[in-house]
Unconditional design. Structure first.
Length: 151
């Protein structure tokens, strides 16, 4: 199986097999060892401030965390020598968020949102990712740094 095929399967799993991601409407649209991208649309169920009609901070943090975890996972897989399904499942079962920092830059307004991430560092035990959230107009809503257990 190629890395591209594996990454497509990972994106499918995070989008379609994770109930919380489905509840929020988070869709993994791209991932490789260096970058990931998550899209989601505005829904009233995501409101955090009804008077201002803005995203809940937890939705923002969750989308950033997912983007960071996805790029960390794809990076783990790229470093593996055995790309069998069993080996991938075993390695990714260790993945977990150790720390997540979210800086809210402005209110989450928009119709569509894009969370992107890049790997800052990836080692045998820990990976660190940098994440950003923008709306459909490119307005920068939040940034984050995630530290993930990978081994």
């Amino acid at each position: 199986m190629t890395l591209e095929t594996i990454n497509q399967k990972l994106a499918y799993a995070w989008t379609n097999e994770m109930p919380f991601n489905q509840l929020l409407g988070l869709k993994v649209t791209f991932c490789d060892k260096d970058r990931a991208e998550i899209h989601f649309d505005w829904h009233d169920k995501l409101i955090g401030n009804k008077a201002q009609k803005i995203l809940h901070g937890g939705v923002i943090a969750t989308s950033l965390d997912l983007a960071g975890a996805v790029v960390a996972a794809a990076n783990i897989v790229a470093q593996m020598s055995d790309h069998s399904e069993d080996a991938i499942v075993e390695n990714l079962s260790k993945l977990g968020t150790i720390d997540l920092r979210t800086d809210f830059l402005r209110p989450g307004r928009g119709e569509k949102f894009i969370a992107t991430s890049t790997i800052i560092r990836s080692g045998n035990k820990v990976a660190v990712a940098r994440m950003e959230l923008h709306n459909q107009d490119g307005l920068h809503i939040a940034v984050g740094t995630g530290t993930y257990m990978v081994g």
